[in-house]
Design a binder for this molecule. Structure first.
Ligand SMILES: Cc1ncc(C[n+]2csc(CCOP(=O)(O)OP(=O)(O)O)c2C)c(N)n1
Ligand SMILES: [Mg+2]
Length: 226
């Protein structure tokens, strides 16, 4: 690992979108993306730091990523490094107690270069978070745990960017950015489907999804070129 910021995708099942970003950032060629999950690939469905360039932490067993991120941020603090550590967690994942132990530790040690992003999409694998174990209000909760907390519209790059900039200049606390999101965001077919954690689409579904993906690609492609 070099002298750069660090990123831990605690909700490791988001691996494919992480890989797309790593490829755009030049960690490996775009063609490699098409080997996702195939035998011998360097891109397994969940990130593996021993396989994929740019992956800082192996994840997939939910609940552990914040602890790993806290460890990285603490080591930077102890060695007077100015690198930031970014971590994305799921709202369902935050049911796990280990996350809150790590959060308390981060606040106690004033890890002010640690950012935790909560993908607050109100759902986990098999239902609504508020019906499984109600997480209550993440903004209030992270504030109570001693974080500098900002809630943003999760699909707004502008709001996310501004929240990061705000977080970087406050001095004593770790930062939580609560992303108000929709599970399957950007693909109406998936947004509207209740049971949408993983699906096996019919041919008609595939057609509807692919059409939206082309539109999204054009939109993102333009944004990336900016
Ligand atoms: C320790 C552990 N238990 C169960 C799973 C299986 N699992 C994979 S994704 C998921 C749901 C996670 O929900 P959430 O954190 O809300 O993620 P998102 O909604 O962003 O997919 C579960 C239970 C797992 N990966 N790790
Ligand atoms: Mg969720």
């Amino acid at each position: 690992m070099g002298n750069r910021d660090y990123f831990i995708l605690s909700k490791g099942h988001g691996g494919p979108s992480f890989y797309a970003t790593l490829s755009l950032k030049g960690f490996f060629p775009e063609e490699v993306l098409y080997t996702l999950n195939q035998n011998g690939t360097i891109l397994p469905s969940h990130p593996d730091r021993n396989l994929t360039p740019g992956v800082d932490m192996t994840t997939g067993s939910l609940g552990q990523g914040i602890s790993a991120a806290v460890g990285v941020a603490l080591s930077h603090k102890l060695t007077n490094k100015e690198n930031f550590t970014f971590c994305i967690v799921g709202d369902g994942e935050l049911n796990e107690g280990q996350c809150w132990e790590a959060v308390q530790f981060a606040a106690h040690h004033k890890l002010n270069r640690l950012f935790i992003f909560v993908d607050d999409n109100k759902k986990q694998l098999d239902g609504l978070t508020k019906e499984i174990i109600d997480p209550l209000d993440f903004e209030e909760k992270f504030n109570a745990f001693g974080f500098f907390t900002v809630k943003v519209e999760g699909s707004s790059l502008k709001e996310i960017y501004e929240a990061i900039e705000k977080g970087k200049v406050q001095s004593a606390k770790p930062i939580a950015i609560i992303l108000d999101t929709v599970k399957g965001q950007g693909v109406p077919y998936l947004e509207e489907k209740f049971d949408n954690h993983h699906i096996r689409p019919s041919q008609a579904d595939e057609k509807a999804i692919s059409a939206t993906i082309v539109q999204l690609e054009n939109k993102i492609g333009k944004a990336v070129k900016l």
